[in-house]
Design a protein around this ligand. Structure first.
Ligand SMILES: Nc1ncnc2c1ncn2[C@@H]1O[C@H](COP(=O)(O)OP(=O)(O)OP(=O)(O)O)[C@@H](O)[C@H]1O
Ligand SMILES: [Mg+2]
Length: 249
């Protein structure tokens, strides 16, 4: 059974069809890149999956369950976490506190008073594990805004990971990073993905990053899927090259 299945997923903003009848299936363990020019609908598509936006039409099935139109916090509870195109860390808290808060926000018993200490402890453990995975442990007690730009992006991934995610949605994790920072981030992400029982959807403009990480690529153009396949197939697809005006290199 696929982990994620979108059927006819559509979102209009007034007259604009930002996501247009997208059919897409992601298998467990897959790393799927979603690419496409600016304004193609990639971030909106993520927002429809994780419940930040309601679809105008269509449905989203996660692990066989219909999660269409559920509130974002309920969808998070099902095991879908995301990072954002622009970082939204709490700059004055330490790196570890940021991750621990993320873990805490997703813990099912967070509003119970009894068992509170347990919940805090578990959130702390989840935070430490996630930071370890993203090689952030050495920076745990630094303030988030003192981390390098690359580590701040990885910190966001750690926050999503600490929420017991089974599906991670990463929106441009290397945006704004230098070539060196990107290389390091990609290497760390790759190691994390190799060792985890995780399924990932990744929006990314940097084609080198896409080809290093993705098992399959879906190309969005004006809200529609214009190609879907293994990296090599997609690379050679003429329509994809046209959409990018000049191709991948
Ligand atoms: N809340 C909104 N209200 C109105 N229009 C929106 C809203 N969010 C997105 N759009 C529009 O929907 C289209 C798709 O936007 P989206 O942000 O999903 O694209 P994207 O593929 O993520 O682009 P980028 O690569 O620049 O991040 C764009 O034309 C955008 O202006
Ligand atoms: Mg976007």
């Amino acid at each position: 059974m696929p982990l994620l299945e979108c059927r006819g997923l559509t979102r209009n903003f007034g007259a604009l069809v930002a996501v247009d009848a997208v059919d897409l299936t992601v298998e467990p363990g897959e790393i799927r890149a979603v690419i496409g020019p600016n304004g193609a609908g990639k971030s909106t598509f993520f927002n429809l999956i994780n419940g930040m936006l309601r679809p105008t039409a269509g449905s989203v099935l996660f692990d066989g369950k219909d999660i269409t139109g559920l509130a974002a916090h309920r969808i998070a509870r099902h095991g879908i976490s995301r990072t954002f195109q622009l970082t939204h860390l709490m700059p004055d808290l330490t790196a570890r506190e940021n991750v621990r808060l993320a873990a805490l926000a997703s813990s099912p018993g967070r509003w119970r008073i009894v068992g509170g200490a347990d919940i805090l402890e578990r959130a702390g453990e989840a935070a430490d594990r996630a930071m370890e995975r993203l090689r952030l442990a050495p920076f745990a007690s630094m303030k988030a805004n003192e981390l390098s730009h690359g580590d701040q992006r990885l910190l966001e991934v750690a926050m999503a990971l600490a929420q017991n995610a089974r599906l991670l949605l990463l929106d441009e994790p290397t945006q704004g990073l230098s070539i060196e920072e990107t290389e390091r981030a990609v290497q760390i992400l790759r190691e994390m993905l190799n060792g985890e029982d995780l399924t990932v959807m990744l929006v990314e403009h940097d084609m080198e990053v896409v080809f290093k990480l993705a098992d399959r690529i879906t190309v969005l153009h004006r809200g529609q899927v214009i190609a879907d396949g293994e990296p090599e197939e997609v690379r050679q697809n003429a329509e994809v090259q046209n959409a990018y005006l000049g191709g991948f290199d």
